[in-house]
Design a protein. Sequence first.
Length: 146
Amino acid sequence: MPTFPSVQWFEAVRELVNNDAAFRQLGTIDARVGVKVGDQLFEITFEAFECTAVQEIAESMLPELDFWLEQSPEEWKELIENTKEHGGADLKHTLNTIDLTRPDGFALSHDGYRRDTFYRFNQSLQHFFDTSSKIETDFAVSANAG
C-alpha cells in the first residue's frame, strides 16, 4: 500500500491513468505540474495522452514548473479520503473548487500565463486525482507539516 505523499503513491496513480482509455479521451495534456505537501514537493510530467514521469524535487525547481498545487498535509489527506469515499472528488473537493475558494489560490505559479495551464488541463488533472480512489493509501505523519 503506497504512502501519501511519496513517489510510489504518484507512480501507482500514474500507472492506472496510463492504462485508462477515459483519460486519453479527455485529450492531450502537456504540463509539468507540482504537488506541494508541507515541505515535500513532487513533479508530475504529462506529455500527450499520458503521465510520463514522477519525481521528488527541491523547492528551487518551482520556477521550472507550469504550476503547482499547494496545501497542507491535512488538506491533502481530506481531499484523497473524500475522493476514495466517493469514487472521485465531491463538488467541495474538486481541484477547481479548491482553487476558486482560496483567497491565494491552490494552483500557484511564478508566471500567470503558465498558471493558465491548470485551467486548460483541469479535466485531465481532476481525472488523475480521481483515479487515486482506486488505490489503498496510507498517510505519512509529518512533524514538519505546514
